[in-house]
Design a protein around this ligand. Structure first.
Ligand code: UFG
Length: 321
């Protein structure tokens, strides 16, 4: 199994889960945002999707399927630097698809995102929801989904695009967790504030039309995401074509609810201050992941926000990197 981007947050957890299940793992990563310390499972191929000639090394040994986690993933940054996002996320994916094609590799699991939907309409977002991304990051993911549909037609490539809602949590027991620089995500920032690192948490807006005025998100544990990837591999054996599934817990928590839950888990108060809204944040994003449950047989194990936060907290207390 070739895991592209296996030194990053979600990719490293997938590499760990694959190794636990006895898969032979190779990780392709240029360490641009990933961590050398997360390269614990399988051999490492130091290659860059934007340098196509570097990619053949990953296919020197037989590859059954590819999991593709390489991407720039900061929504705000994508608005400021769209060329970088389209280059990395779209051109990089195309380069990977071409080399897979050349080596006769016919199965791909692709990291997509809830960002393909843009502003949500209605309560829960299922696969039929209109795709209208509102930033280059979401647009880049949707473009790759489209490329995969065309590749299924033209070349018979089998693929599953998994649209994550808010990935969170850690496999602290395996020494891996979420570590971005800069860190923009809520749960790591809440935990850092609780640990007294970096001052009070900034809460971006409390004037949304939600019960407490703060934004609501669907947090899904990174090991549950990894499990869905492994299920997608199995599923592709019996299913041709390009398919997309939403992955979330189908439950929303507001920023203030997350702060309260973290405060409980950590046994201390968490200081926060309310700032104006962050540009581009929709008020509510909650998945319907029924299709993944039905077709992939996926059942998330970390359904409570406290369990997700607790695993992240264990990592942050003693991060390996
Ligand atoms: N937030 C804060 N303070 C912080 C960080 C976040 O108040 O320090 C708020 C945000 O404003 C937002 C919520 O917490 O309302 C969640 O923010 P995150 O940055 O953790 O996550 P997002 O929902 O913005 O984005 C995540 C991924 C994206 C993906 C999107 C799709 O980071 O890559 O989910 O659902 F596109």
């Amino acid at each position: 199994m070739l895991v592209c981007g296996g030194a990053g947050y979600i990719g490293a957890h997938a590499a760990y889960a694959l190794a636990q299940q006895g898969f032979e793992v190779s990780v392709l990563d240029n360490l641009s945002t990933g961590h050398r310390e997360a390269l614990r499972w399988g051999r490492w191929i130091d290659a860059d999707l934007l340098q196509p000639q570097s990619l053949d090394a990953a296919f020197a040994r037989p590859v059954d399927a590819v999991m593709h986690f390489c991407a720039r993933s900061l929504v705000g940054e994508s608005v400021i630097a769209p060329y970088d996002y389209y280059d990395n996320n779209v051109v990089g994916s195309l380069n990977l698809l071409r080399v897979m094609h050349r080596h006769g590799v016919g199965k791909l699991v692709f990291s997509s995102s809830a960002a393909v939907f843009g502003h949500p309409i209605g309560e829960r977002i299922d696969e039929a929801h209109p795709k209208a991304p509102i930033n280059p990051y979401g647009a880049s993911k949707l473009m790759v989904e489209r490329i995969l549909a065309d590749a299924a037609q033209a070349y018979g490539l089998r693929s599953v695009s998994l649209r994550y809602f808010n990935a969170a949590g850690a496999a602290a027991e395996a020494g891996i967790g979420e570590s971005h620089d800069p860190e923009t995500h809520l749960i790591p920032n809440v935990i850092r504030a609780g640990l007294g690192q970096g001052g009070a948490l900034n809460v971006f807006g409390d004037d949304y039309g939600t019960t407490d005025g703060t934004c609501v998100r669907d947090y899904v544990h990174v090991l549950d995401l990894a499990d869905a990837h492994i299920r997608a591999l199995d599923w592709m054996d019996g299913n041709e074509g390009a398919h997309c599934f939403n992955l979330g817990n189908d439950a929303g928590f507001s920023v203030l609810q997350v702060i309260r839950a973290a405060s409980q888990v950590m046994g201390r108060d968490i200081e926060y201050r309310v700032l104006p809204r962050r540009h581009g944040d929709p008020a509510v994003l909650v998945a319907s992941s029924q299709a993944a449950r039905v077709h992939l047989g996926w059942t998330p194990r970390y359904t409570g926000i406290e369990r997700i936060i607790e695993s992240a907290y264990r990592w942050h207390r003693d991060p390996g990197f």
